[in-house]
Design a protein around this ligand. Sequence first.
Ligand code: URP
Ligand code: ZN
Ligand code: ZN
Length: 525
Amino acid sequence: MVRLRSMIFLLSISLSPLIGLSQICESGIGYCDSVNVISSKILIKGGTVVNADRQEVADVYVDDGVIVDVRPNIKVADGVRVVDATGKFVMPGGIDPHTHLAMEFMGTETIDNFFSGQAAALAGGTTMHIDFVIPVKGSLSKGYEAYVEKAKLSCMDYGFHMAITKWDDTVAKEMEIMVKEKGINSFKFFMAYKGSLMISDELLLEGLKKCKSLGALAMVHAENGDAVFEGQKRMIELGITGPEGHALSRPPVLEGEATARAIRLAAFVNAPLYIVHVMSIDAMEEIARAQKAGQNVIGEPVVSGLVLDDSVLWDPDFVTAAKFVMSPPIRALGHGKALQAALSTGILKLVGTDHCTFNSTQKSFGIDDFRKIPNGVNGLEERMHLVWDTMVESGQLSATDFVRVTSTECAKLFNIYPRKGAIRAGSDADIIIFNPNSTFHISANSHHSKSDTNVYDGRSGKGKVEVTIAGGKIVWENEELNVVPGSGKYISMPPFNYLYHGIDKADENYLTSLKAPVNRFNPSI
Ligand code: URP
Ligand code: ZN
Ligand code: ZN
């Protein structure tokens, strides 16, 4: 309740984004240590600093939004806020590669906007996310402008991917503008959602070629949309209209097929490929096979796919079942375990959420027909805790691996490392203090999302984000948020990430391997 009180107050100042932290403290709500408020200098003392490649006991000194020093026994002047992290982990804030805030989708709009979604993220230790810009009637520039407006509420750093929903010369030209002028280095192609976002193989090929020429990363939602459409008709004909029909209409084989198709098309043009929300063994095995053959394919599992199973879709209560409807669907028991194993062996590289929240009223649009249930689940606030509890506490990942899959790999793939995804001098001061001996509890009554439901409601586990520092400010401490709408920064992401290294050589080798054209003797000359 204290947290909610704080949120309500903060929402009430959302029209005054320049109101500073000192004014928040004068109100008596939130953190009121005057040193913290006026000082941009923070010393995190005595914790175990964990990066993706090593961990060490060290202090971390932050000034003016940036990490200035990381080493043992840093001495500082008076007036610096000192935070004791003895016995705790000091890690880079999480980066969520896959969110949908304020997204218009399936006739409605996600309940979390750039303020509530990000506030939730910060309370759970995520300090940056990358959201998907949806074009307006196919126009990338109009879509971009709309998202710039939506993102004005931001209270933490964010970047954009962009969806491609149609193809013509204007779209191709606008992709270039997005990469060269707007800081977008990734484009998503939906192979599903027939009649709205779905694209053809022809468009996917054009898109892959264009991404490659720009050094951008092509991402796919891999499900066979035509077959899903057929599966949906079949379920309705069978009289299966409830949420279980969603899972039954789009089985793993359709995800596996589309994943394989996208991988083969990407191989055909030698372009790197990123598969979003890998939900099934079928898709994961296609990725593993391609990687074994030397192809640059990245697989992103999402928290829901790692920790939930589809039994919930058979719940007799519609609202309970409908809250789990997302695409590709949450799969039968066994898929999640296999995805966890693939994450631990490195087949799957980084964990997202696909945070795309609809409340129970919105989910009820599909009370008579599962095809009308808005697709999407929450996860921004829960991701770090659930990944730690599921993967680290079970011994499947180390603490350094945890940092890699929740932060560093994302920063590297989207070309913002080491500004993000690292605790080192010069990096942005996006930091969490994580107590491995504490406990987290998830509840729809106390979470920071605006949704009235939570797909992880009632879960508890080991480990707790006790402090979140974003942009050099303590924004989460003692279970309280201190966040200011408008304080988040847009992070421009340059093209040509590490997957592009050496790609020109591979192209050269391909051309040589053709042994063509053959110079033939032409008797008519
Ligand atoms: O159900 C989902 N995944 N909703 C968000 C849109 C998408 O496909 O990523
Ligand atoms: Zn998708
Ligand atoms: Zn998504």
